[in-house]
Design a protein around this ligand. Structure first.
Ligand SMILES: [Zn+2]
Length: 351
């Protein structure tokens, strides 16, 4: 399987984040991507290519201009007002859905971070924009190669991850919604109907859900831990609105879920929703923080289970783009990701 990857994605490196009131080392580290790319090479998953820079157009197909222009200068303006050089930390959130608020999207560097984010984990450090921009190009290039070369599958090794960012909000280590950008590219530039974004990260992809909630194409489907971050989204009752009614499927599973229960839930999701939808292309939000040893997620999957997941995804039988999301057990992340990809290839090859 071809991998798209760029080392520029390693430039994003905030030192600390706050977790239950304490500053700890930032868990979404560059070593995550470095470990994955090493495993891709060591296990001969396939060739690795650099992304093609398609500019801001694919990003602006999903995110607002105001959000993108904020992000481009957020760090610089933060430094101008004497902000901590470690990165931009919002201190006041606009809580836009429930309150009257003032649109300060063009306003001061002190307030803007809280206008364009909903938590304190998407820290904009010196080179964060460069890394996130590159991740969006990795995703777009993966989608382009998948469609134009009519490949069976491509892996977009994106970092930072994307599924928690909406059209104009950063959160959960995410800035640009790489999977959403890729899905939109498949739909707008290659005419795919019935694309499914299947989110198998431990966490609900509230950003992806928000972006496509009122659309029929793509469908968003997620299996995730509940109750857990992002806390306020991911219930089974969230099924989409308007034209999108029925094209948003959430499968929350309890903390501690193991291989058998997880695979049964995945089988049911594929059989009851993804196949009946008439899927033509699959974008997998590939998080491996479902692994039992993960310091952020609280499922209990084994490394072998990732092979079973890869086989099931292959059996869906459509062009598939894997987009890297979470996974924080760095010593096992390479094995777990390549277990999915290699098992997919074996199963796809034997079809
Ligand atoms: Zn996650």
């Amino acid at each position: 399987m071809l991998t798209v990857y760029s080392e520029k994605q390693l430039l994003h490196h905030p030192p600390k984040e706050m977790v239950i009131g304490r500053f700890i080392d930032y868990r979404e580290t560059p070593s995550r991507a470095e470990t994955i790319i090493k495993a891709i090479r060591d296990r001969n998953v396939g060739d690795v290519v650099a992304p093609v820079d398609r500019g801001l157009a694919p990003i602006l197909a999903v995110h607002t201009e105001k959000y993108v222009s904020y992000f481009q200068t957020a760090y610089e303006k933060w430094i101008e007002i004497g902000g901590n050089p470690d990165g931009v930390f919002p201190d006041t959130f606009a809580v836009r859905l429930s309150q009257i608020y003032q649109d300060i999207s063009d306003g001061g560097a002190g307030g803007r971070p809280g206008f364009f984010s909903y938590d304190m984990t998407a820290i904009i450090a010196k080179d964060t924009y460069t890394a996130a921009y590159e991740a969006a190009q990795v995703a777009t290039t993966g989608a382009e190669i998948l469609a134009s070369e009519k490949r069976r599958a491509v892996f977009a090794l994106c970092r930072p991850p994307g599924h928690h960012s909406s059209e104009d909000l950063a959160g959960g280590y995410c800035f640009f919604n790489n999977a959403g950008i890729a899905a939109e590219h498949l739909i707008k530039h290659h005419g795919f109907g019935n694309v499914v974004i299947l989110d198998i990260d431990y966490h609900h992809g509230n950003g992806t859900q928000a972006i496509f909630y009122k659309r029929r194409n793509p469908m968003y489907a997620s299996i995730h831990g509940d109750p857990d971050y992002p806390y306020f989204w991911g219930r089974a009752e969230e099924t989409g609105e308007g034209e999108g009614k029925g094209a948003n499927v959430n499968v929350p599973l309890p903390i501690g879920t193991g291989d058998d229960e997880y695979l049964a839930a995945l089988d049911a999701l594929i059989a009851n929703h993804i196949v009946p939808y008439g899927i033509q292309a699959l974008v997998v939000s590939l998080g491996v923080d479902t692994f039992g040893g993960d310091p952020v997620g609280s499922f209990n999957l084994t490394s072998a289970c990732f092979e079973r997941i890869g086989e099931r995804l292959a059996r869906i039988g459509v062009p598939t783009l894997f987009v890297m999301e979470g996974g924080y057990a760095v010593s096992e992340i390479g094995t777990n990701v390549t277990n999915v990809l290699l098992a997919f290839e074996r199963a796809a090859g034997s079809q």
